[in-house]
Ligand binder design. Structure first.
Ligand SMILES: NC(=O)c1ccc[n+]([C@@H]2O[C@H](COP(=O)([O-])OP(=O)(O)OC[C@H]3O[C@@H](n4cnc5c(N)ncnc54)[C@H](O)[C@@H]3O)[C@@H](O)[C@H]2O)c1
Length: 401
């Protein structure tokens, strides 16, 4: 019988506490389900709402032990740190304005952290959190979950193996329609956190989906955006927060790109698409058909690559749980980040080196670069689309244990 890799390293499952993702949250259930898919974690504690009473009730309704259903995130962290059988890892999926404080408290108490994007609301917070992660030597996994798809990992591995040659062009778009309906512009007296820039951050569209698009293009190409010329704002009449961002990109290898994200394209569902062209060929991938990666080599027939099909590279094969031809999707991709983080955490705790492929999940360095990109996009747009430099780290410091 095969021993589960985390159990082989640690002799037990990791104990996971969750903060946020209570009633009404789509992504909260996703985190909890992703954590369970590979049996790496035991869910032990929860703080699921900003309202103390609802937080405890929601935890009990999900089956958490009554004494581990907490009134708030800070209360959970303090109490779990004091328990002999307390949580090892904390997953944070609260509204954006609390990611920073909760992550800082969790790291300070010695927890490893899994946090949803955007990492923070400001560049200064991102800088401070990155420094805290590096000092703590804890694992910090940022759930840019699209990096978990087998065919996204295949694309990254193909670019890294030189199958595209020198990357020259890229195009990424994340187009949604959830905010296209003008009749749904919110009442300024009753704003949700997303419609309040103090809570949702300086740019709704960049925090919600631009951050994913930016991370995806960096993940696949291994390149950084060195300069951006952008136009950002609301396109639906009466809206104040941003629902559109478009930008031209200059990459740190000289490649040119375009970036187009909106939540206000009527009728569109969740169209995250990327195209990368190099001197030897092009790749195309779209999240709504995640099992297919189109490869168009120069002077050769186009190929339609599928998980565990011919040509699968090892990094992609590890991201797929079933044999070729059986569909996997959003849950499994999300779970790949949880599984990789679990292996990294188990190895860190035991002082052994993790497989380098395990350590490819987005981390605090990626979170900081995401905030730096948003900052440059906003400054460029405010300067009428003038080219603005972006922070680049050509060799991101990856977690090594
Ligand atoms: N990775 C992804 O694809 C993805 C998708 C959606 C949302 N997100 C991120 O997840 C986070 C939450 O977004 P959402 O769509 O779930 O928001 P939401 O408003 O739908 O739900 C937020 C949930 O968190 C709870 N909550 C709020 N403040 C809290 C606090 N201080 N402590 C504990 N619980 C609290 C609320 O009660 C609610 O249940 C955001 O940072 C968002 O960017 C990520």
């Amino acid at each position: 019988m095969n021993t589960h890799p985390v159990i082989a390293v640690l002799a037990r499952r990791l104990r996971l506490a969750v903060i946020g993702g209570g009633p009404g949250s789509f992504i909260g259930a996703m985190h909890r389900q992703a954590a369970r898919l590979d049996d790496c974690y035991e869910l032990v504690a929860a703080a699921l709402s900003s309202n103390a009473e609802r937080s405890v009730q929601a935890g009990q309704a999900l089956g958490f032990a009554t004494d581990r259903c907490y009134a708030s995130g800070p209360a959970l962290l303090a109490a779990e740190a004091a328990r002999a059988d307390g949580a090892d890892v904390v997953a944070i999926m609260t509204p954006n304005d609390s990611h920073y404080a909760l992550s800082m408290q969790a790291l300070g108490l010695g927890f490893d952290v899994i946090c949803d994007k955007p990492m923070t609301n400001t560049l200064a917070e991102a800088h401070s959190l990155l420094a805290a992660v590096q000092k703590s030597e804890r694992v910090f996994c940022l759930t840019h979950n699209y990096t978990g798809y087998p065919m996204v990992r295949q694309a990254r591995a193909m670019v890294a193996a030189g199958q595209l040659g020198a990357v020259r062009l890229l195009q990424v778009e994340y187009v949604q329609g959830g905010r296209a309906d003008e009749s749904r512009v919110p009442d300024p007296q009753q704003l949700s956190w997303r419609d309040d820039p103090q809570r949702g951050g300086p740019s709704l569209v960049m925090g919600d989906i631009g951050s994913h698009a930016h991370n995806l293009l960096r993940f696949i190409t291994g390149l950084e955006v060195s300069a951006v010329a952008a136009d950002v704002g609301p396109i639906v009449p009466g809206r104040v927060v941003h629902d559109y961002a478009g930008a031209l990109l200059r990459m740190n290898n000289g490649a040119r790109g375009s970036f187009w994200v909106t939540q206000a394209a009527a009728g569109v569902e969740n169209c995250l698409r990327i195209r990368v062209s190099g001197s030897l060929g092009s790749l195309e991938w779209a999240q709504e058909q995640p099992q297919v990666l189109h490869f168009k080599p120069l002077h050769a027939p186009a190929q339609c690559l599928t998980p565990n099909g011919p040509g699968t590279l090892p990094f992609a094969a590890k991201a797929s749980r079933i044999v070729a031809g059986h569909p996997e999707g959003f849950h499994e991709a999300f779970a790949n980040l949880y599984r990789d983080a679990a292996l990294a955490i188990a190895c860190r705790r035991m002082g052994v080196l993790a497989d380098p492929d395990v350590l490819q999940f987005p981390n605090a360095q990626d979170g900081w670069l995401g905030l730096a990109f948003t900052d440059s996009v906003l400054r460029s747009s405010a300067a009428n689309g003038r080219w603005m430099p972006c922070a680049t780290v050509t060799q991101p410091e990856r977690q090594t244990s």
